[in-house]
Design a protein around this ligand. Structure first.
Ligand SMILES: [Fe+2]
Ligand SMILES: [Fe+2]
Length: 370
């Protein structure tokens, strides 16, 4: 028996819809990107900004760090370096898939273009952790660290807290696509929208809190004159993640305005509670991880975690979960956690979210035969 399906799960071209997209989820659009006629021009700005930050991990030298890893780092510092690299690689693997899935679900083609680009950067970050660890660790050490992070109880607890929400969003979106295919129903129902909202809050924690937090360890080594090249790569990644955090903060704001039924005090309360719990889990994990590390003060780091939580909420247009902690106290995180400027010095930043001045220059391809 053949079953008849009434719709399409994904359209590459919709002859009956205008080029101008109607909504980010469950809307209509032809699929043609007419950049003068997109609904949210900021998506084009983000796209240009992301392209402007393009870089290639292998073009950043690691020769000095190769020696420093064994000469300058003590055993504890080496272990934390390996664990942090493995933990970041884990999250970047998830990030690639989540953004790819969102690509299939959005009905705004200009957002699809932006998300393709974001997913490309996540893949590049993935490769860069390989570049970092294959330069500093031998294969056994690297494999061991990348597998062991999957069994560190406090890290697993922290990651599963967001992975569960991301899985729920994934299931809801897959179900939405199947329903669209079977019934032809294009609109997204409230239950799916709720799962998307909660999933995006979890994703913001991944981008703006768990990523950015782990980067601080490498900044602290650089402050101690160790592993500067790794920190250079980390700062390239960090600038990208900051952009992604802005992108997803904007998407959450658009979601709220296009679907006011999500813009409730219950959802705000959910977000605040969820983010505060994520902060608690991050503090518990890092209190253990950094217990024998001298380059970093755990108290100072935990203060920074609260500051980051406020920042992701500001990006998403929400109130701050830690209003008493509204200022970055550890200024050295900006000094060692920003890309360098063209004069080779560290660029001063009023706000560490903005990091456009760089000394990295991508090769122009002149050495390649085409
Ligand atoms: Fe990433
Ligand atoms: Fe990202």
């Amino acid at each position: 028996m053949t079953q008849e399906f009434k719709g399409k799960a994904f359209r590459i071209y919709d002859a009956d819809s205008p080029n101008h997209p109607s909504r980010i989820f469950g809307g209509k659009a032809s699929g043609i990107r007419s950049w003068d006629d997109i609904k949210y021009p900021i998506f084009l700005t983000y796209q240009k900004n992301l392209f402007g930050e393009f870089w290639i991990p292998e073009e950043i030298q690691m020769g000095k760090d190769m020696e420093e890893f064994r000469q300058k780092l003590n055993k504890n510092e080496q272990i934390v370096y390996a664990y942090n690299s493995g933990a970041l690689d884990w999250l970047d693997s998830i990030a690639t898939d989540i953004v790819g899935l969102l690509f299939l679900a959005t009905s705004d083609p200009s957002l699809r273009t932006l998300w393709v680009l974001v997913a490309g950067f996540e893949t590049m970050h993935n490769v860069s952790y390989e570049h970092i660890t294959s330069s500093t660790l031998n294969k056994d050490e690297k494999d061991k660290a990348f597998n062991e992070v999957r069994n560190l109880p406090l890290l697993v607890k922290r990651n599963m807290f967001i992975i569960e929400k991301l899985e729920k969003m994934k299931d809801a979106l897959v179900n939405f696509l199947i329903t669209k295919y079977k019934t032809g129903k294009e609109e997204m129902d409230d239950e799916t929208l709720q799962a998307v909202f909660e999933g995006l809050v979890a994703y913001q924690i991944l981008e703006g809190l768990f990523f950015s937090g782990s980067f601080v360890y490498y900044h602290s080594l650089a402050r101690d004159n160790k592993m500067q090249e790794t920190n250079n790569i980390i700062n390239m990644i960090k600038a990208d993640e900051n952009q992604h955090s802005e992108v997803f903060g904007t998407v959450i704001q658009i979601l709220m305005s296009e679907f006011p039924q999500l813009n409730t005090s219950e959802n705000l309360e959910f977000a605040m509670d969820f983010i505060r719990e994520a902060v608690k889990l991050e503090k518990a994990w890092t209190a253990w991880l950094y217990q024998d590390i001298d380059t970093l003060s755990i108290v100072e780091y935990h203060d920074y975690v609260e500051y980051l939580a406020n920042l992701i909420c500001r990006n998403a247009g929400m109130t701050e979960p830690f209003p008493e902690n509204d200022e970055l106290k550890a200024k050295w995180i900006v000094t060692y956690g920003s890309k360098k400027n063209n004069n080779g010095g560290i660029s001063p930043k009023a706000d560490f979210l903005q990091g456009n001045a760089i000394d990295y220059k991508h090769e122009d391809g002149g050495n390649f035969d085409l």
